[in-house]
Design a protein around this ligand. Sequence first.
Ligand code: C2O
Length: 505
Amino acid sequence: AVDVNYNFNIVNANIAPDGFSRAAVLVNGAFPGTLIQAQKNDVLHITVNNQLSNPTMRQSTTIHWHGLFQMRTASEDGPAFVTQCPIAPGHSYTYDIPLNGQSGTFWYHSHLSSQYVDGLRGALVVYDPTDPHLSLYDEDNANTVITLADWYHNPAPGLEDVFLAGNDEPIPDSGTINGIGRYVGGPTVVRARINVVTGKRYRFRVINISAYSGFRFSIEGHSLTIIEVDGINHVAKTVDGFDIYAAQRYSVVLNANQPVKNYWIRAPMELQHSSDNHNLDTKNVYAVLHYSGAPDAEPTTPADVGVQNLLQEYQLAALENPGAPGGSAPADRVIDLDFGRSVINNKLEWTINGVQYQSPDLPTLLNIIANNFTVESDFSQPEHTSVLNFNDVVELRIHGSANGHIHPFHLHGHAFDIVQSMGGPVNYVNPPRRDVVGVGGSTVIIRFRADNPGPWFLHCHIDWHLEAGLAVVFAEAPNEQRTGPKAEIIKPEWLDLCTIYKALP
Ligand code: C2O
């Protein structure tokens, strides 16, 4: 294993991704933050130095490495009060993460309240020298990573307060591609450009690092062959475009075999309620695919068109596919999850099975180490935690509500098989596998094997909904984690985080 080191200074600085300058919370001063690149089986060491000081935004921090399984390293997963105490201002913590054979497209973001809305987010790519799809593309590097992000002009804590008082989700001011966007009435910011050379095939790694928005992604004049979904290789599937919800990723191959010119990269936003933010033109999210030799100009073709052959998630099949764990036999554990929204006395709650998730004062992982989770609970407490037995086949039946949102549900510590996708057929044989699934007005069924001890968050990745409580925690195999033959080794610095945090004024 090769050690790969990164240094993240978390700082407050002013940036203007869409031409509007505002203070932000940034990794090494940039939005998106520093790209993390590693090879399969490397060990990541990311030192996070918390240098935050701006009182209008959150000053403690944590970082979650979205999609990395953290097998036997749950302490490095990042969600505040699930697997760690926040890193206090002026303090540092080094996340040590063996990649354990995972490869693909991931990202990272703050996992302390709504802090990532203010900018702390970036891409993380793990290359596989033995990638089974290697023969399909020529180029795969830092220049072929494409991030899509919503962006707000106001700091997240204020937006969150208004939302939690019972209002609709805050509407972004703009959508950005590779950190560049425009808002209505703003300056004509030069759009992001992806350069290609005729005759080459490119692996674009498209990552939705949004706090709220989905996007409908396509590239004018080109089809896209999907080969990887959320860090899992899939059977190659060619489409004209796809919907990508918050926190999802797709690797697609584009063959630069069209006439030399400029083409639109289109990512209109999909917000699920009507916009009342006049700064936002939801369609106005574009970048330029530039063929070498073409003039230095935006395309002149109409920007806003539909997508013909749009991906349906159920059409995907994971490449190495033994089928869903347990096959079509009944799962060891079936859990029904119903969610709901209520506003009582100007206080908004999103609930699962009637209970709003509320962070405990100390991380759930600390409770596990102290042996406080030995019996199965029933999600009745505000910590909303349920114990899973080691190696059980777990089936979650997530029942969509009809209120109009598509909720991108993310499970930490796992990828899961999607036995039934939104509106799709039931498939235990060769389903898609990923770590964020959209749940709309129908039931979505997912399966995974509880083979990764740790407290794993399952939550809606619309960050506003998570803040309002749309989450549960699975305490997976707590005894195994605490005292099993491969019990997790807790670092003293990890314990120090809580000592320091609790001492904050
Ligand atoms: Cu990107 Cu809790 O997740």
